[in-house]
Design a protein around this ligand. Structure first.
Ligand code: DGI
Ligand code: FE
Ligand code: FE
Length: 194
């Protein structure tokens, strides 16, 4: 993979994503790169995972579920109840099969970018965090503090993002994927033990 490949994927995504999502995509691509520089992750993998993280997000939830059934991509009960959560796993499938990404770490970062998972790799934490703090985001509370925190205490930022996400989901009465809670508990405990 070279920067030429990144360019080609960018061109491809520009065709299938609306303007807002494409801007978010490049926002996550470069925010992931910044975090990789700070935390010592592979820069190219961070760019690639950030660029591709939402490559299946343009699909309708029911089509994501259909894609999983047809392509035998495993999914959980929680994902079946809220199929938009499958844009990560289906995105990883596209990354591998349409965009030629073989790297497991990159595929993992795409797969887990919405809920996270206990014991994320550094790259997974980076893309998870970049998705929330990229410059185009403006909804979350305390974004300024969170953006600084991502560069001083990455695990702390992960905990705060999950706490805010759970608060938002609880308030709006949405179905919560147990993975989101498990990830929150895992990183909250880890922070307590430091
Ligand atoms: O795809 P993006 O919008 O860029 O970001 P994302 O993939 O992190 O998705 C964000 C949305 O996902 C946000 O509205 C919160 C929601 N979400 C995160 N965890 C869960 C969840 N939604 C449900 N129903 N259950 C979860 O556990
Ligand atoms: Fe997403
Ligand atoms: Fe995103």
């Amino acid at each position: 993979m070279s920067f030429k490949d990144l360019d080609e994927i960018e061109k491809e995504l520009k065709k299938i994503q609306n303007e807002k999502r494409f801007r978010h995509t490049t926002g996550v691509e470069y925010t992931s790169a910044c975090l990789a520089m700070r935390w010592g992750a592979d820069l190219h993998k961070a760019l690639l995972a950030g660029l591709l993280h939402d490559c299946a997000k343009h699909m309708k939830p029911q089509d994501l579920l259909k894609e999983c059934i047809e392509k035998k991509i495993p999914y959980t009960k929680a994902q079946e109840r809220s199929p938009f959560l499958l844009h990560g796993p289906v995105g990883a499938y596209f990354a591998r099969n349409k965009y030629g990404v073989k790297d497991q770490e990159v595929l993992g970062a795409i797969t887990w970018h919405t809920t996270g998972r206990p014991g994320m790799t550094l790259l997974e934490k980076i893309v998870f965090t970049a998705d929330y703090i990229e410059p185009g985001r403006d909804q979350a509370p305390d974004l300024e503090r969170l953006r600084q925190m991502a560069f001083t205490d990455l695990d702390g930022a992960v905990v705060l993002i999950l706490r805010q996400t759970l608060d938002y989901l609880e308030e709006s009465g949405a179905q919560i994927d147990p993975m989101t809670r498990d990830t929150y508990e895992y990183y909250r405990k880890m922070k307590r033990e430091v």
